[in-house]
Structures are given as C-alpha cells and as structure tokens.
Design a protein. Sequence first.
Length: 362
Amino acid sequence: MPTISLCMIVKNEEETLARCLDTVKDIVDEINIVDTGSTDRTVEIAEQYTDRIFYFEWIDNFAAARNESFKYATKDYILYLDADDVILEESRVKLKELKATLDTTVDSVSMYYDAGTDAYDNVTLRYRRNRLVKRAKNYRWKGDCHQYLEVQGKIINSDIAITHRKIRHAVGRTVSIYEKKIARGDIFTPRDYFYYGNELRENSRYEEAIESYNKNISIKEGWIEDKIYACIFKADCYRYLGDLDNELSSLFQSFQFFPPRAEACSRIGYNFQRQKNYKTAAFWYELATQQVPNPEQWSFIYPAYYTWYPHLQLCVCYYNLGDYQKSYEHNEQARKYRPEDNRILSNKNLLEEKLNFTKKVQ
C-alpha cells in the first residue's frame, strides 16, 4: 500500500485547523505543516497532531509557500489541503479505498474541490484539482496567487471530494498581490487576467474587472474554459452595473467558445425575466434544465444552475404567464433540492390555493 504525506501551509488558522486534521489524520502517514507567520494558536494546535512543523517567511507568493511544504514530504504520494478544507465521511471512505488499491504507476489523482455549499448541503461550486501526486515526480506549483500544480504523466480522475468550509473570506489580500505584480511590471498571462478579473469583481470593482476579462478574451492563447467564464463573469459585472444590453451580449459571446451551458442559459433567462419577457425567459431556463454537467470537467461547475435555480425561476415565469400547473411542477422540482426554502414553500402554498380554486370554478 502506498504511503501519503499531507502537506499544508497555514497562517492564523486556529478556528479551522483541528477540524481539517481530524478528517484526515487516520488516512495519511505523515503530516507536514508549514506556518507562514501565525500570531494565534495555530502552531500550538498543529503540535497536537504532528512534530513536523516548519516555518517559512510569507513573501506574497502562494506557489513558493506550497513548494516549501512539498519539500518536507518523505512518503510515496503527497496530499495537500487548506486549513479550512474537510473530507466528509463518504469521501473519507473512498480515499481509504483508493489508498489501499492505488496502482503505483499513477502519477496524480484528481479529486473534486467542492468550494462552496448551501444551507441544504447542495454543492454550489465544484471543479477538479490534481490533489494526490507522486512525490518522486517533483511537481511544482506555479503562480503568485490562484496557483496551480503543474502535472504531467498518468493522471486518473476520482469521485473523491475535498470540501471547502471557510469561516471568513480574506477580502482584498489577493487583489493586492496582483497589484504588486502590476507595479513591478510583471507580464500577465491570460490566466492572470482571468483571475485578476475575478478578484476585482469580488471586490465590486466592476469596470476594472470587465477590462481584465476583455484582455483574457482578446489573447489567442489561454485555456478555453477561462475564456468561457470570462464572458459569463463579465456579464455579471454588467448586471451589477445595470447594463442589461452588454450583460446579454457578454453571455452570448461565451457561445463563441463552447455550446450553451446552464450557467449562461440561466443568466440569459434572468435577463429576459427582468424585462418581463417571461416566455423568452422560460425558453432559456428550460434549456438550462436540459444541460448535464460533465463529471470529467476540470473548470468551474455551478450545480444550482443545472438543478433548483432554473426550476424556481420557471415557477415564477409560468405563474406570470398564467400556467399555474407548470408553475407548480417546477416549484416541486426546486423543492427536491431545497426542501425548507421559505420562498419555495410560499410558492407551494400559493399555487395549491390557485389550483384548488381553479378546480372549484371548473
């Protein structure tokens, strides 16, 4: 059975570190923790799990810190986690099975990263990452922030999920790293423009985000998946700015790179819905419900746009079109995913009254 080194970088993680380590301590064979300057009880908590604690001065470069953590691994494979990640029980079982049966010719195992969940434990954002990698390959992290692990060789995709359970978001930290890159005169890659746009958008700097997304889209090189979402996220910026026309144009622009996905279809539906064009909105929401996310996809998947969200909006659209039966049916579809959602329960009561009244009249 191959052995596994867990490698982590941490800073001021006293609220989450034990929670993370409790979900993985019985699966890995070694725990390496690199602290980048904690001023709370992080190191004290880490010492309860391992004596392999190391220190690295933070230099505004996540890749450098992660590469430092990999340096201390001594086992066959390296697993990396963030302190606010957890491995839920179903995936713990799968990871144990993987460890017991892993073909050691495999260089990397990709796993889902469930980066967000809602109040009903529905995954809100999912994508794949090379998560378990062969130590002997000496794979390296690239990028100051939104870093990635450069991996080649024999890669297999698993259905194991690492779940992100953040307590708070470090607003502005990543933006400042990109701004330092600009001040230094660093040349941005298409990937840099995409993720800088994401950070600007999350910090409500919408005009600047649009500019960064446009730079990503205009460069011929770069990952197609980033360009698809550059169009979609650019549309979000226009929506926040109240520009419905450019929002819609940006969403249709994404079709230049790939056929319609539910993430774009649902947004197009919402654009027409806000214009009270419910029939056209319903067309796009119906199209969203017909899409199926690709389990092998490495880029972002937002499951809500394939499941409860378009059904909830179809409930609204068909209600406004006077088709209460269809409205009710779509609300019930949404309720499967969010059974205690007050909006859905209110819709259910209203529509049952409408349908019962219609039956009495008939």
